[in-house]
Write a protein that binds this ligand. Structure first.
Ligand code: DAH
Length: 350
């Protein structure tokens, strides 16, 4: 058989084979059989050199054409097979890749953390700096230095959780306790820093309280302390007024009632006008019109002297508020224990 007919026959066979091929291995087999080093087309091409020169040209052209067409068809068949494979895979799985994704549940900050951040942001905006102190505290900082010496009647109100004495304490029989308020941070800060100073101190406090709707043995407070040369009770009131309006809304007012705290003189409790009746008295505030939110006063000179601040030259004011109490007032919580139940259905509402 003439070489050219042989080539055409092989070409046809190869094309038929490719049509029937089911997978990439079969295509590869065909490629080797016809175009491989010892393949039918390849060896035909090799024989061209023995032909007469006028045949050489015609056969050569035809052979090259056939080789190119075959190469092209092999490439095409391979890619058809692989896209078929992908389609089959997609059919096999029941997952619909075009569906919108599922959002994983996102956490949010605990309400207590949110309120602390809000209060801190307002007061930092008024020029205060954040200070911290230990939750395990010495009796000295929690009581004595705050003008509440042993035997002082104000101690029993806050009787707390006492820990073992520490032997290497500077003061030989120093009691160690869980702090009952954030006020000891006032002392710790003034020991290390000279006035003028403007600080706020958020943190946990502990008392020997049985948990009920308005008490938990652990709770949160934010302390404020300002010490400067010319501070007056008016500065304290103005500061609290701005603070309360920013926290609760411009329409709210404050009211100061005389009170007693050992470390301030004079002292006051601060009320905010009820969100519903704005002070007239309604069901929400129990007819009172006002809701208590914090304690405050002018720093007692004894406290300043205790940390070596000249009480003739400097005056201070201080305030302390409960974070849980603010949560109750802002969100109408009926029971602060819910803040610590860790029930996501409750916590994710805020
Ligand atoms: N430490 C007080 C308490 O826990 C709150 C308080 C009242 C803090 C008056 C102050 C203040 O700084 O001046 O009940």
């Amino acid at each position: 058989m003439a070489l050219i007919e042989q080539l055409e026959k092989s070409h046809k066979e190869a094309l038929d084979g490719l049509k029937k091929a089911q997978n990439e291995d079969q295509v590869e087999e065909i490629r080797i059989k016809y175009l491989g080093r010892k393949g039918v087309v390849t060896s035909a091409l090799r024989q061209i050199k023995d032909l007469s020169s006028d045949q050489k040209k015609a056969v050569g052209q035809k052979a090259n054409q056939i080789r190119n067409q075959l190469e092209e068809q092999i490439k095409q068949t391979k890619s058809d097979i692989s896209s078929l494979k992908i389609e089959e895979k997609l059919k096999e799985t029941t997952f619909d890749y075009s569906l919108p994704g599922k959002m994983p549940p996102l956490g949010n900050k605990h309400l207590i953390s949110q309120i602390i951040e809000e209060v801190v942001e307002i007061l930092v905006g008024l020029g205060y700096q954040v200070a911290e102190g230990p939750e395990i505290e010495l009796d000295y900082y929690n009581f004595t230095a705050l003008n509440t010496p042993p035997g002082h009647p104000a101690r029993s109100l806050q009787d707390t959780l006492y820990l073992k004495d520490i032997k290497d304490s500077k003061k030989p029989k120093e009691e160690v306790l869980l702090r009952t308020h954030t006020s000891p941070i006032q002392i710790r800060y003034m020991e290390k820093h000279n006035p003028p100073l403007y600080i706020i101190a958020p943190g946990k406090a502990y008392r020997r309280d049985i948990a009920d709707p308005s008490h938990t043995p652990m709770f949160h407070q934010i302390e404020g302390l300002a010490v400067d040369e010319k501070l007056s009770f008016g500065d304290l009131k103005g500061t609290l007024e701005v603070f309360v309006k920013r926290l609760f809304g411009e329409e709210r007012a404050i009211r100061l009632r005389p009170h007693f705290f050992p470390f301030t003189e004079p002292s006051a409790e601060v009320d905010v006008s009820c969100s519903l009746c704005l002070g007239k008295g309604c069901r929400l505030c129990g007819g009172n019109g006002w809701l208590e939110i914090l304690g405050c006063g002018m720093v007692d000179p004894n406290v300043l002297e205790e940390v070596g601040v000249d009480s003739e030259k400097y005056r201070g004011f201080a305030f302390g508020m409960g974070i849980e109490r603010i949560a109750v007032l802002k969100h109408g919580l009926d029971d602060i224990r819910r803040l610590y139940d860790n029930d996501i259905r409750f916590l994710e509402q805020f």
